[in-house]
Ligand binder design. Structure first.
Ligand SMILES: Nc1ncnc2c1ncn2[C@@H]1O[C@H](COP(=O)(O)OP(=O)(O)OP(=O)(O)O)[C@@H](O)[C@H]1O
Ligand SMILES: [Mg+2]
Length: 263
């Protein structure tokens, strides 16, 4: 007998309209504790819009998003982060003029418990907390092989490392669910291979769930346990990588576009 795992995040009939366009239509998904799930689909299918609704950037027109069984619809982005959902963006969004470590420390400050007063008088509580945050930030940087670059400005890192730093920053908020929007975009094959390993390792090490959007089919098929396929805002298939690769609707959706990375 298999024991049902806890559901971390679930969407029910998630729908959003922009004027006349239904960008996402009745999208249902369930992610269990520790799962590594993919969302794929042609350009403009609605993948990033799904992330934006899960993280509170957009409020859905209808439908729900539950985190650990409780609705988070309508909550502010920062509340949703505090409750345990972190993300990276399709186009890297770092504080480019801050150092690598400050990017991580800022994210970790979501979890500080000193007051503004403590920070002004710089008392022991403040100093202990700052030290803890520094140590934790360095630990995360080590995992991502960025510890020797901690004082560099984020903008001076090569592209692949900026992408890794963004994942590291998301992890510094200690999420239960990590959303990665095209983490391999712009990476060379070696960087993509390393990233594949890293994603798996992060899931195992931090014991979190990961949902990723990706056009790199090799990465998706290697790393994801289940895959949702969306086209024109709707789920057209869901299943194991093998099932998705052989799904007629999926193949048609890709061949119907100019996407060169068709299955
Ligand atoms: N704020 C918005 N206002 C109007 N239309 C929007 C908005 N955000 C997204 N859309 C539209 O919703 C549709 C889905 O966009 P989305 O960015 O989610 O696609 P995607 O699957 O992430 O594509 P890609 O693979 O190219 O990143 C597109 O037609 C897009 O133009
Ligand atoms: Mg997108």
């Amino acid at each position: 007998m298999t024991v049902d795992k806890k559901i971390i995040m679930q969407t029910k009939d998630l729908t959003i309209r922009f004027g006349g366009l239904v960008a996402v239509n009745n999208f249902n998904m369930k992610i269990e504790e520790g799962e590594l799930i993919g969302i794929i689909g042609p350009n403009g299918a609605g993948k990033t819009t799904i992330f934006n609704m899960i993280t509170g950037v957009y409020v859905p027109t209808s439908g729900s998003v539950d985190l650990e069984g409780k609705s988070i619809v309508g909550q502010h982005v920062s509340h949703i982060t505090q409750k345990g959902i972190a993300r990276t963006f399709q186009n890297i969004r770092l504080f480019k003029d801050l150092s690598v470590i400050d990017n991580i420390k800022l994210a970790a400050h979501y979890r500080t418990n000193y007051s503004l007063f403590d920070s002004i008088i710089r008392n022991k509580k403040f100093k202990n907390e700052e030290e803890r945050i520094y140590n934790e930030a360095m630990e995360i940087l080590k995992i991502f092989g960025l510890e020797k670059k901690s004082t560099l400005l984020a903008k001076n890192l090569p592209y692949g490392e900026q992408r890794r730093l963004e994942i590291a920053r998301a992890l510094a908020t200690r999420p239960k669910l990590l959303l990665l929007d095209e983490p391999a975009a712009g990476m060379n094959p070696k960087e993509t291979n390393d990233l594949t390993e890293l994603i798996r390792w992060v899931r195992d090490h931090f014991k979190i769930s990961i949902l990723l959007i990706e056009h790199d089919m090799k990465l998706v098929m290697n790393v994801c346990e289940r895959i949702y396929v969306v086209d024109h805002g709707e789920e057209i298939a869901m299943g194991l990588p093998k099932e998705i690769q052989n799904n007629k609707k999926v193949i048609e959706a890709y061949l119907g576009t100019s996407d060169e990375e068709a299955l």
